[in-house]
Design a protein around this ligand. Structure first.
Ligand code: SF4
Length: 206
């Protein structure tokens, strides 16, 4: 179904939940998560495959999303997916912003940027590389590392983000121990990078 046929004040939501940011520079911070449905990136190791398909029953009013986010104890809202930038996020951000919520985005960067965010995490994926216009707005660059070749992509993208952007290396969960050993050595040799751990998976929380 094309999102063009749906009201611009509705977005497809796979799930919403209140938890703690498990990874990246905001790790450990409570936030309300809005996981949008739909992704066209198709990473083979994706741990959110249930979000790839979209159906029309998932479309909900932006106002309702905002109301639920406001009722959480945190003033932080994470817009994630799926790939949230498949949709125009201007109206959602405007609605959240009116309530003085801090809005964080998690994206592969493979679609044009829309919306206005307080924090942008760009996590590039091989199947659909990020656009320069998204990299240029990144607050943190989070590279998923499976093998040594992935460090080449990390270095390439690190040259396209702002100077103040945090540079993070995170192990692919499917080969966590091997990848973490590579990352550990790499960070010692290239200390501009930091290790990012998926603490929500280690703690077995959502
Ligand atoms: Fe999964 Fe994210 Fe890749 Fe989409 S971009 S396939 S949600 S890991």
């Amino acid at each position: 179904m094309s999102s063009d046929t749906i009201s611009i004040n509705k977005l497809p939501v796979a799930e919403e939940f209140y938890s703690v940011q498990g990874e990246g520079m905001n790790v450990g911070t409570a936030a309300y998560f809005v996981r949008l449905a739909g992704c066209d990136v198709n990473c083979p190791w994706c741990d959110s495959k249930e979000t790839w398909a979209v159906n029309k029953t998932q479309y909900v009013d932006i106002e309702d999303i905002t109301n639920r986010a406001m009722k959480s104890e945190s003033c932080n809202v994470v817009i994630t997916g799926g790939e949230p930038l498949m949709y125009n996020l201007d109206n959602l951000c405007e609605s959240l912003e009116k309530q003085c919520l801090s809005i964080w985005l998690e994206t592969s960067g493979s679609h044009p940027l829309s919306g206005n965010f307080d924090w942008i995490t760009v996590s590039p994926k091989k199947n659909k590389p990020p656009l320069d216009e998204v990299l240029e707005q990144a607050s943190e660059l989070k590279m998923i590392i499976s093998n040594e070749n992935d460090f080449l992509d990390a270095e390439t993208y690190s040259k396209k983000v702002p100077a103040e952007c945090a540079l993070l290396l995170q192990a692919n969960w499917e080969n966590f121990e091997t990848a973490n050993a590579l990352i550990f050595d790499y960070v010692l040799k290239h200390p501009i990078w930091k290790i990012s751990l998926q603490t929500h998976k280690i703690l077995k929380i959502k």
